[in-house]
Design a protein around this ligand. Structure first.
Ligand code: ATP
Ligand code: MG
Length: 426
């Protein structure tokens, strides 16, 4: 029979890598807590309407990337393609935003995309949202926190911040009209995708990857000339905050983002280390979203980072921590020795709970067990043979440097292990 395989683009994360995930996740979680964010754990499945009403009916995500299906009662439900919509829904439903608050979440997201390096169908994000502040200091605080994160992780030199303002929905509407008028005159020069977007979502043409389209856009009307006064001031203040803090950025006038809920600030952290999948973290302001989803009007601003891409970055920048080897590997030859070893090792774990101890189970020859001990990378091997058992003793064999092998009463094991491990780290 053929073995069953995982769904394309949905990968297992295996022990060789989970240490890296835990490292990254704990660094991000620590920083978020220090900035006053509380963690929310949200459902992976939500009603489909949540996403069409927030992300937007005519976005790539909702049009062609969502995993939507009928629940057994006929309701349309979807695997979440991103976290902000669910976070806002939860914040409204649980009345978390009666006063300003900071929330963060993490977990898998699902989009039906073509799998490639840095792009999966199940991928993972950590995201954060600030609710209740319309002022640009909130946008700035988010960005400063992220800049700090990149420094902590040792990848600050490998990422660049791009920012833009997409203004109010009114200013976007008048810009949209001007852009469409211009692009209509050059319709034939647009690729099929952009022609389709001309009707449905023309602003998305701005971040087309097609070089011909980009050339055409050089002479197109610019979004910045259509921005309202309030948005311009907001953007200027944000730039001042970033300048004062010494955070470098590029204003990218064509940055629009692929989700409809944004207004004013949008930003992305990009890298040239990951090929085409260059955006590692992205976000922006969404002052109308809470109202749109049925809550009392509450401004919001947030971001999400792609964990797979960040791990690729950490690897490219050689910032991943080394895997931890065990401190001790336990070898016992014979049934009596196994019994004695198991009891002694439990005693050792009671005395020093922080030790990493791996015990060879199920027997095997002394020689083959010793080979496994060597390969484990452990600092010390603990050996029990018939002689040791008869004498109530244990042999400690250092596996790394010039320490001598010693045999001693089991009662002295814990002290001796401490001494030997300490000598090895100095
Ligand atoms: P892209 O332009 O790369 O498709 P996006 O604008 O669709 O990204 P967002 O919805 O803003 O991405 O999600 C935030 C981050 O989540 C991205 O910057 C990226 O790091 C990550 N991300 C998005 N889609 C995927 C995916 N299919 N696989 C892996 N990571 C992803
Ligand atoms: Mg995308």
């Amino acid at each position: 029979m053929d073995a069953l395989r995982s769904i394309r683009g949905m990968n297992d994360i295996l022990p060789a890598d989970t240490g890296h995930w835990q490292f990254l996740e704990s660094r991000v979680a620590e920083l978020l807590e220090r900035y006053g964010y509380g963690e929310v754990r949200l459902p992976i499945v939500e009603s489909s309407a949540l996403f069409s009403r927030s992300i937007g009916e005519v976005t790539d995500i909702v049009e062609k990337e969502m995993y939507s299906f009928e629940d057994r009662n006929g309701d349309s439900i979807s695997l979440r393609p991103e976290g902000t919509a669910g976070c806002v829904r939860a914040a409204i439903q649980n009345n978390l935003i009666a006063s300003p608050c900071r929330l963060w979440y993490s977990g898998p997201m699902f989009r039906y995309e073509r799998p490639q390096k840095g792009r999966q169908r199940q991928f993972h994000q950590i995201g954060a949202e600030i609710f209740g502040y319309a002022t640009p200091d909130a946008d700035a605080e988010l960005i400063l926190m992220l800049a700090r994160l990149w420094r902590t992780l040792g990848i600050a030199d490998a990422v660049n911040l791009e920012i833009n303002s997409i203004g109010s929905s009114e200013s976007r509407a008048s810009y949209r009209a001007a852009l469409v008028t211009y692009l209509e005159q050059h319709r034939d020069a647009l690729d099929e995708d952009s022609q389709r977007r001309l009707e449905s979502n023309p602003l998305r043409i701005l971040d087309s990857k097609n070089p011909e389209t980009q050339l055409l856009l050089n002479d197109a009307p610019a979004l910045v000339d259509y921005l309202d006064e309030d948005s311009l001031e907001h953007f200027a203040a944000l730039r001042r905050y970033l300048d004062t803090a010494g955070v470098r950025y590029t204003v990218n006038p064509r940055l629009v983002r692929g989700l409809d809920y944004y207004n004013k600030t949008v930003f992305e952290w990009v890298t040239d280390k990951l090929g085409a999948q260059g955006t590692v973290c992205a976000g922006g302001r969404y002052d109308a979203l809470v109202g749109q989803l049925g809550g009392r009007d509450t401004p919001g601003v947030g971001f999400a980072m792609g964990m797979e891409r960040l791990l690729l970055m950490l690897e490219a920048c050689e910032q991943l921590p080394e895997a931890r080897s065990p401190d001790l590997f336990v070898v016992a030859a014979g049934a009596d020795a196994h019994e004695a070893a198991l009891a002694a090792v439990e005693g050792l774990r009671n005395a020093q709970p922080e030790l990493h101890i791996v015990q060879q189970l199920g027997g095997g020859s002394f020689r083959s067990q010793m080979k496994k001990a060597d390969r484990s990378g452990a600092a010390l091997a603990l050996l029990w043979g018939e002689d040791e058992v008869a004498a109530g003793e244990v042999t400690i064999k250092p596996l790394r440097d010039g320490q001598e092998q010693v045999r001693l009463p089991v009662a002295d094991l814990s002290d001796k292990v401490s001494t030997l491990l300490q000598q090895q780290t100095h």
